[in-house]
Design a protein around this ligand. Sequence first.
Ligand SMILES: Cc1ncc(COP(=O)(O)O)c(C=O)c1O
Length: 447
Amino acid sequence: MNFVPKHPRTAISGALFDAAAKVIPGGVNSTARATWSGWTPYPLFVAKGSGSQLEDVDGNVYTDYLLGLGPMILGHRPPEVTRAVVDFIETRGTVFALPTADEATLADKIVAAVPSVEQVRLCNTGTEAVLYATRLARAFTGRRKIVRFEGMYHGFSDGVYWSKHPSIPAAGPDSSPRPVAQGPGLPAGVEQNLIILPWNDPEVLRAVLKTQGHEIAAVLTEPVMCNTGCILPEPGYLEAMREATREAGALLIFDEVITGFRLALGGAQERLRVTPDLSVFAKGLGGGFPVAALGGRREIMALVSDGRVSMAGTYTANGIAVAAANATLDILARPRFYGDLDAVSDQLRHGLQAVFDAAALPARVVGIGPLMQVWFTTHAIRNYRDAERFADQGLFDLWWRGMLARGVLFHPGAYENLFVSSAHTTADIEATLDAARDVAAELSRRV
Ligand SMILES: Cc1ncc(COP(=O)(O)O)c(C=O)c1O
């Protein structure tokens, strides 16, 4: 069987990619869409999305678990959000450089939804919101170092774009990794403000906070690791983080760009019951429109209230972003929203595991609610280095190609995720599991 999608099926994508690559570096506008991120021989070019379905320019229709890498929690073109945005543009405008009443309405909804957030400021992207979170932490504590974990991604700003997926030899010892720049151009010296640690290891974290706590402004973490596939926090780990940061006088920052408004209305912090000092949100908040937020304890946000820490931005809280987020949160706040979303997601996660087990494949489907990834391994994956050492990327590539050829779309990278939206139906999941059965049978002949 040929796992590679046949070129004639995607010929128009190929031609568009060749044309784009002449004027757009790499032919795409984000690393995650590039050939070197797995989209070989070229990324699919999109015609349109609708609900759980995405159609490429060659007319192929896919059940979409890529979902824009997370924002499309309501599926593509959710009518109520689209209508709210169009109404706002048509009747009011887009950018005013002055506040609107709608911004406070949105802030009220976020404060009511998220346990740790007493005040909140809007930004445009997760990258910006993380940048501000670390700046606020430094300003609040008067300390300069940020602890971040190998294998996580917190956006592409100079201060944190280190040790996302470093080569292990370059990154040094397992328990005290060296910071490794994402690439050239990051200013040398910035990494002296970072301490890189392995995730899911409370002892290492405690020891570092004990010995270097006086220099540590914050521990920055995703509450669920979503940028090295999906890795869940081990029981007690987030609680240990909370306790150790509090003892050291360091802040705990949850990067909920992926988990926020996805795992629960109050994000991972509600679902996993650990309360950070500052939190960052983006993707799920806007239902597909660009908006992000940074929120937390009032006494920390007070640095912004009186202008000591400046948070600026021509496009922050623009009309489109605020209308989209207000409409999205109204839908997410409906009583059955997360219960229904979890039920469909669990059908997929448990269903995939059953398919792999029946085919006797060494695969683990790891996730929580509408967020998951398949690890092809017999080992438990607790952190980035486990993933590098024990996960079979070759098998993942075959799995991805097999599913794509059968009309199921997700990112080709084993370190990305499958996302489920409220537009996915049990019929979608059943069709996906049928495709998975086929592909699993092929894979089991190869292992
Ligand atoms: C956990 C996390 N933090 C921050 C970011 C950066 O967000 P943005 O792409 O909106 O800048 C991402 C993006 O994928 C992310 O996954």
